[in-house]
Design a protein around this ligand. Structure first.
Ligand SMILES: Cc1cc2nc3c(=O)[nH]c(=O)nc-3n(C[C@H](O)[C@H](O)[C@H](O)COP(=O)(O)OP(=O)(O)OC[C@H]3O[C@@H](n4cnc5c(N)ncnc54)[C@H](O)[C@@H]3O)c2cc1C
Length: 418
């Protein structure tokens, strides 16, 4: 049966589900911003490509996602495959990543402590990540106190601005750094050049960054831009939004800001609406800069001499990103809201002779989960589904999705509409 389906939000989640459903159903997308894309949108500044949030690259371990994604693009002519070359800025120099493989570059007292702790840990019986009560205990239990103090704690605190002891393990599934003690020892003894190590790689559009993905995905869709959906009503079994009537709605916005009608459905069920409304997230501030040439893709900055926690060398992903510059370009990332003046000041402490071109603040970039989140969101999904409303995406499901995981979630949801 052909259904009329309204999709709220045109980030990668909304665009994916709309494309998955459009051939069988009558689909319309509502986007509150003028420009579709959500977190993955980009713009050109002085003819250089600015990822307004992060520096989005694509890859997936899921064959189904890959096949579907590449069905929309010509992988060879429209994308480049880039080697991930992550480094750490530590003690005023650039060292390899993961940092535990480069302990030999640290001062002898640290080397001594770290070696002793890692050796002790390697003798203990392995413990599954989920046997640890929280993220802090997991990091200490796997990497030792010294690496925790000099790297994991300061770096993660800069990002999350939250006590790592309160971060639940469930939330970090699939994203945990796991030490390989034999490899740590080997790398530190052999002092293997990073170039010779096996690296993960990723795909990146030749022209236009992740905006290229948005532009392709939106091509065959009916998208109403500048059309925030703030009110949903129910009329004779149909759901009405912005003057149009639908059989089903898919909400890809922020679960905390569900329209009142949806919240009233939740209030009638056993969902703790106040809990959902008070979920915590972190924003990010980005300073887009010109920089001196480097072959690094991501530079992690754990130490507290600067508030910046990462530089993403987006100009190295595709040379077309630097059209308007004689140098290359990068994005300096800060957690939370940081003023332009402050970011400029901080950029002077960083390597690369950075010259600012533009900045952006995104209030919602990282979701913060706790032990109750999945259960409450799960209950909310069930209650809304009974009334024809579905939640999908990073902020609607409050999941730490990357693009590929958001696409995977869209696949699962699409099965409801077969
Ligand atoms: C710093 C950073 C770096 C990242 N890097 C990568 C990476 O390299 N690779 C990767 O795969 N993933 C990366 N991610 C993750 C990726 O950004 C997300 O998985 C993805 O963009 C989430 O898409 P979404 O559609 O679920 O949400 P969003 O992108 O937030 O889209 C939601 C959309 O809904 C719209 N909307 C909300 N409410 C309403 C309403 N009431 N009415 C109408 N419209 C509404 C919003 O305007 C927005 O366009 C990164 C994330 C961050 C924060």
């Amino acid at each position: 049966m052909v259904m009329k389906i309204g999709i709220i939000g045109s980030g990668i989640s909304g665009l994916s589900i709309a494309n998955l459903l459009k051939d069988k159903h009558d689909v319309q997308v509502f986007e509150k911003e003028q420009q579709p894309g959500g977190l993955i949108k980009c713009e050109r500044v002085q003819d250089c490509l600015f990822h307004k949030v992060g520096g989005h690259v694509f890859n997936s371990k899921n064959e189904k996602v890959l096949n579907w994604f590449w069905g929309h693009f010509d992988k060879d002519s429209e994308f480049v495959k880039v080697k991930r070359n992550a480094k750490v800025f530590f003690n005023n120099s650039i060292i390899g990543y993961p940092i535990e493989n480069y302990v030999y570059l640290m001062k002898p007292s640290l080397v001594k402590d770290i070696t002793k702790e890692l050796l002790e840990l390697s003798k203990r019986p392995g413990k599954s990540p989920f046997e640890y009560e929280n993220f802090e205990l997991f990091l200490k239990g796997n990497f030792g106190q010294t690496l925790f103090d000099i790297y994991f704690q300061p770096y993660n605190y800069k990002i999350w601005k939250t006590d790592l002891g309160t971060i639940s393990m469930e939330w970090l599934e699939g994203k945990l750094p796991m030490p390989d003690y034999a490899e740590i020892l080997y790398s530190n003894i052999i002092r293997i050049e990073e170039e010779k190590m096996v690296h993960a790689s990723f795909f990146y559009p030749k022209d236009g960054g992740s905006q290229f993905i948005v532009d392709r995905f939106k091509k065959e869709l009916q998208i109403h831009s500048g059309a925030a959906v703030n009110v949903v009503t129910e009329m004779e079994g149909h759901l009405e939004v912005n003057g149009a009537s639908f059989d089903k709605l898919i909400y890809c916005g922020d679960i905390r800001k569900l329209p009142a009608f949806c919240k009233s459905i939740l209030a009638e069920s056993d969902v703790d609406v106040a809990y959902l409304e008070n979920l915590r997230s972190n924003g990010t501030s980005n300073l887009f800069c010109e920089t001196d040439a480097t072959d690094v893709s991501w530079l992690y900055i754990p130490e507290s001499f600067t508030e910046a926690h990462r530089i993403i060398y987006t100009g190295n992903f595709s040379s077309s990103n630097n059209k308007g510059s004689k140098r290359t370009t990068c994005v300096v990332e800060f957690s939370g809201k940081v003023s332009y003046e402050k970011m400029l000041e901080e950029s002077k402490k960083l390597p690369g002779n950075l010259k600012a071109l533009a900045c952006n603040y995104e209030p919602n970039s990282y979701v913060i989960q706790d032990n109750r989140t999945r259960e409450e969101v799960g209950k909310a999904k069930k209650a809304l589904e009974k009334r024809g409303i579905y939640l999908l995406g990073r902020f609607a499901e409050w999941e730490y999705y990357n693009m590929d995981k958001a696409i995977e979630a869209a696949f699962s949801l699409a099965e409801h509409f077969d």
